[in-house]
Design a protein around this ligand. Structure first.
Ligand SMILES: Cc1ncc(COP(=O)(O)O)c(C=O)c1O
Length: 345
């Protein structure tokens, strides 16, 4: 893959904004370069535009180099920057598995990029030949979410690597928002050997920090350097950077949360299996389960009336009569099961 051939020409040639904080990075006692207010310290100062401390901590945690990390305002910013970097509006297209996370398509629409869906097979299996058959010379990105939202299944690492190799003139994004809950390995280890791979992860799920809005994209230095040109200069604010550093020091807590949620997931599935209204529970590698029920819309409305909110996926492709249920605390899951036992009585 020649990166220049798949980056939008205007982005390849872009001269990025040079911020005050990127022009002078050293120590100083008098800061008069950024039109900041000298009062209200420390929040009067613009934050580190490249988030060096946070990235160093993420690099240690994930075993990747700082130069291979991009941080966005949630994975959602990472998704959008992929479009803005690689896809010429009105010309290029992307190919995605279906069903999958809705923002890939919304961002395609926002960026005026054709979005091609390739339906998953039985048990939501991924047909690599079908995926590649949907590509053409203007395909810039393949979107693969693993574990996939809303189906819950994760794809085999060999299969994902195979897609990267065979689609060598496109970017393959593997969105690993739910990877911490999966028995399958992360694709981060493959970054060095797959130059067209971008792996996305987030602080919103296992890290329990959806409110903070911090997402990660991992890729070759060449791709990350381009993302850094395209992003807003100070996209990750100081409060978020400080918070992320504290979270990263506390990674063992996250491991405990994940273990607790996996235990709860097992109990929830076992309880759901005993309910007559439950027709099928799909295998899951995530912190949610997709469940086919007797009447998804009616059960959804019933649960809403009881103050219990799940996601009705009935209108999503291949998810007829399905509810997507996030694993909660033990108390929340018990409340859900008790309510479902009373449904129809
Ligand atoms: C697959 C997937 N990717 C990304 C996101 C969004 O992540 P973030 O909160 O980091 O924007 C979600 C949120 O539900 C998701 O399901």
């Amino acid at each position: 893959m020649n990166l220049k051939d798949i980056v939008r020409p205007n982005i390849w040639n872009l001269k990025p904004y040079s911020s005050a904080r990127s022009e002078f990075k050293g120590e100083a006692s008098v800061w008069l370069d950024a039109n900041e207010n000298p009062l209200n310290q420390p929040y009067n100062r613009y934050p580190d535009p490249l988030q060096s401390s946070v990235k160093a901590a993420i690099a240690r945690q994930k075993g990747v180099a700082v130069e291979n990390i991009f941080l966005g305002v949630g994975s959602d910013e990472c998704i959008d920057i992929v479009y803005r970097t690689f896809c010429r509006p009105g010309v290029d297209n992307v190919v995605a598995i279906s069903p999958s996370y809705g923002m890939y398509e919304v961002c395609a629409d926002v960026n005026d990029v054709e979005y091609r869906k390739v339906r998953l097979g039985d048990d939501f299996a991924l047909d690599v030949d079908a995926l590649l058959a949907a590509t053409d010379a203007n395909t810039r990105v393949l979107w693969i979410c693993s574990p996939n939202n809303p189906t819950g299944n994760a794809f085999d690492a060999n299969l994902l690597a195979d897609i990267c190799r065979r689609a060598e003139n496109a970017i393959a994004v593997v969105d690993e928002a739910y990877i911490d809950f999966s028995s399958k390995p992360t694709m981060l280890r493959e970054l060095a050997s797959l130059p067209n791979l971008i792996v996305m992860q987030t602080f919103s799920k296992a890290w329990g920090s959806a409110a903070v809005r911090l997402g990660m994209a991992f890729a070759s230095k060449e791709i990350i350097d381009i993302f850094n040109k395209v992003k807003y200069p100070y996209n990750i604010n100081q409060l978020t950077q400080e918070y992320a550093l504290r979270m990263l020091e506390n990674a063992s807590q996250v491991q405990q949360w994940v273990q607790m949620l996996l235990d709860e997931r097992g109990k929830l599935v076992a309880q759901l299996q005993m309910l007559p209204i439950v027709k099928h529970i799909y295998a899951t590698d995530a912190n949610f389960v997709l469940v086919r029920v007797s009447d998804a819309c009616d059960i959804y409305q019933y649960l809403c009336r009881r103050g219990i909110i799940v996601r009705n996926r009935h209108r999503v492709e291949l998810c007829e009569q399905c509810l997507r249920i996030t694993v909660g605390t033990n108390q929340e899951n018990v409340t859900l099961i008790e309510a479902l036992k009373e449904y129809g009585k």
